[in-house]
Design a protein around this ligand. Structure first.
Ligand SMILES: [Zn+2]
Length: 559
């Protein structure tokens, strides 16, 4: 019995109080963030530590340098996982380790990029990329302290827990600490109240839209979403908005999100759409199904978020019905021409667990959910003679999650859907997300103001294998009947860079390659054959009120 107790006491217990001392500095010419982590060592004298890591690739990734023990008689050794280190120290002693985070250019364009920025005049970095954490249950409660020392004069610190607070103490879990954003230097801090709650935007760089206009549009969208959910339980919320060169990126965290868009876009559909999307994630999945993963239910929470991000912009008057239809049409084009549109549930889950081998596989989840949301919404409106819509399903799901204090599952969606649709949608889910059958767009999805018309459409065709070439570092899979081939792209050329918009045949692709003839940029339109594709067309002369009620737009009372 005694032995048993002793062994229990000696079993490693993951520490629950973590102190991070952080400092920005430039060493030589390289800017970086120095981190010292201190935690109470346990009775076993051993802890496993996971180093910060990149996420889903990136044009640049965080690099951990100068890892060292900073407490007496503490040793750091490797384990079979490169990201995990073993710490040994005198039992019960406080343990400190130190390391420096710098940004290394991956030298290759990756398909998904969540690049940290650590530059001389600013940094913006995600929790994943900054904090080393003892391994163990990702949802255990932690007491966390962060102390930023010697930030350059005039730098504003803005992060998921507060603004201008170099010292912070907060409770978190390993997961929520990783799901955070930290930015300082060169940011303009915009502040407003949304329905009485503080809302910040930290923005950097030159934008064609004045800051005040960005803040006004953001608070309009976020306010409309909070009103929709009848939920203002946001003590603090911040958006970190970065300009960047490549594709747009958004990541959503419990009290914040990070958005990077080409700043030349200004406050256009792309910038607003990412905002509406990431902000909607505060409820779906975070407050409705917080344990959901992209593998098991991504089609639902991502696809429905795509649907609502578009709809909230329309409801807020920030886009026209034409733009709404255009975006639906773009999704139909991307989905119909995707070589992965019929991917099965098991293959999708395999891809999700092994890192998507092609970003178009991930996008199929978004497209399926969006098309199903539009279809089910139209059916509910039909069955209920306009009394109900998908909105009721969403609100019921939030109420259910809150009343039962549990993360919901797809089976809960099926149950709530049955209440409004009087049929079982699990057959739809099985057919379209498990077997991978093609989803036809619903002709009535855009209400009485639009029809679905077969329209000659040019398919997007890059003419070579993007992911294969990225993987090999050489061009591969060039089709001889493609514009890429006609422009001079050949198998075997060194693959240096690629600039194209996935799914958009009208935007010229620029592929940088190198072969015996030297380095050059090959430019062409990634356009393939023309096919007839269903596309929504707005009917002329339909009274505005009809469409407005279909989309749930509240009309200003007429006097
Ligand atoms: Zn999303």
């Amino acid at each position: 019995m005694l032995t048993f107790n002793l062994r229990l006491a000696a079993a490693p217990v993951a520490p629950s109080h973590l102190q991070y001392a952080l400092a920005f500095s430039v060493q030589g010419t390289v800017p970086g963030i120095d981190v010292t982590l201190t935690f109470p060592g346990d009775a076993s004298g051993t802890s496993l530590l996971a180093l910060p890591a990149g996420l889903g690739g990136g044009g640049a990734y965080p690099n951990i340098t100068s890892l060292r023990a900073a407490s007496p008689r503490t040793a750091i050794t490797d384990t079979d996982k490169p990201q995990v280190k073993r710490l040994t120290y005198p039992a019960g002693q406080p343990v400190s380790i130190a390391y420096r985070v710098i940004v290394t250019d991956a030298g290759q364009q990756m398909e998904l990029s969540y690049s940290p920025e650590i530059e001389r005049d600013h940094f913006s970095i995600l929790g994943y990329q900054l904090f080393a954490l003892p391994t163990g249950d990702a949802d255990r409660p932690l007491a966390v302290e962060t102390a930023w020392n010697s930030l350059p004069a005039g730098w504003t610190l803005a992060d998921s827990h507060g603004v201008r607070q170099p010292y912070q103490a907060f409770s978190a879990t390993p997961r929520t600490l990783q799901d955070s954003v930290w930015a300082a230097g060169g940011y303009r801090l915009l502040h407003t109240l949304i329905r009485g709650k503080p809302f910040y935007v930290a923005v950097r760089g030159e934008w064609p839209t004045p800051d005040a206009q960005i803040l006004a549009a953001f608070s309009k969208i976020v306010g409309a979403e909070r009103k929709f959910w009848h939920d203002d339980n946001f003590a603090y919320y911040i958006v970190v908005l970065n300009p960047q060169e490549g594709d747009e990126v958004g990541m959503s965290f419990p009290t914040s999100f990070y958005e990077a868009v080409p700043s030349k876009e200004g406050l256009g559909f792309m910038t607003q759409n990412i905002l509406a999307h990431e902000s909607f994630h505060a409820w779906l999945p975070k407050r409705i199904m917080p344990t959901a993963t992209i593998a098991t239910s991504g089609w639902f929470y991502e696809g429905f978020t795509v649907y609502y991000a578009r709809l909230f912009q329309l409801r807020a008057g920030l886009i026209s019905p034409q733009k709404y239809a255009d975006d639906c049409n773009e999704v139909i084009r991307a989905y119909t021409s995707s070589p992965f549109r019929n991917i099965s549930g098991p293959r999708f889950r395999y891809e999700a667990e092994h890192g998507f081998s092609d970003s178009r596989i991930l996008m199929v989840a978004y497209q399926r959910g969006d098309l199903l949301a539009q279809h089910w919404n139209a059916q509910i409106r039909l069955v209920s003679h306009g009394q109900h819509s998908l909105d009721d399903v969403m609100l019921d799901l939030l109420r259910l999650a809150q009343a039962e204090h549990r993360p919901l599952q797809i089976s809960d969606l099926v149950r709530v859907m049955r209440h409004y649709l009087h049929r079982d949608v699990s057959g739809d889910i099985q057919r379209y997300t498990e077997q991978g059958q093609t989803i036809s767009p619903d002709p009535s999805a855009l209400g009485p103001g639009a029809t679905l018309v077969p329209t000659p459409t040019i398919l997007f065709d890059l003419g070579y294998s993007s992911s294969g070439s990225l993987h090999l570092g050489k061009i591969t899979g060039v089709e001889t009947a493609s514009n890429a081939y006609r422009a001079g792209l050949r198998d075997g050329q060194s693959y240096l860079d690629a600039d194209f918009k996935n799914g958009d045949p009208a935007k010229e692709a620029h592929i940088t390659v190198k072969d015996q003839a030297g380095q050059r940029v090959i430019s062409y339109h990634p356009a393939g054959k023309t096919v007839l594709m269903p596309q929504y067309k707005l009917k002329p002369g339909i009274p505005n009120t009809l469409s407005a009620s279909w989309f749930g737009i509240v009309q200003a009372p007429s006097h």
